[in-house]
Design a protein. Structure first.
Length: 149
């Protein structure tokens, strides 16, 4: 009887250890930062990233007049350098549910981690526009950094 108890106790211990290891792996995976997405790829097929948290590099253009409704755009980089795209291919940025301090936002080259969501545009809503929202992280890019570093 004592042997049966020890055997079942060992099986339970082994099972418990395996479950704890699995939970530890899942927890570390959940905390890993999202993969860096190329801005051009994001603009080509935004529907692939709809609803997902992404990390992307570009130029944050902040135009917030003191007493009016302002606009924040996130624009593509040109080539591998730090030049604003001439085509002005941009996404809108919403401060809704931002997890960062937004009081001192300013224009500049940044790496942003946020959720990309689609929004219907127009009277019928037949076309979709994409917005970066729920900003989780916003870091200034060091001078000389390319979008793929």
């Amino acid at each position: 009887m004592d042997t049966v108890f020890r055997l079942s106790s060992m099986k339970f211990s082994t099972f418990a250890i395996a479950c704890l290891m699995l939970l530890g792996c899942l927890a570390s995976y959940a905390k890993a930062p999202p993969k860096l997405v190329d801005f051009d790829r994001l603009l080509e097929k935004p529907e692939r990233f709809d609803g997902k948290v992404i990390r992307v590099r570009g130029f944050l253009l902040v135009d917030l007049p003191p007493h009016d409704v302002g606009i924040i755009k996130f624009c593509a980089l040109e080539g591998n350098g730090m030049t604003l795209s001439r085509s002005h291919r941009c996404l809108l940025v919403s401060l809704k549910d931002a997890q960062i301090g937004t009081a001192h936002l300013k224009s500049g080259w940044v790496e942003i981690t946020a959720r990309l969501v689609s929004t219907p545009v127009g009277v019928v809503g037949a076309k979709l526009s994409y917005v970066l929202t729920e900003i989780r992280k916003l870091e200034a890019m060091p001078e000389g950094t390319s979008r793929s570093d």
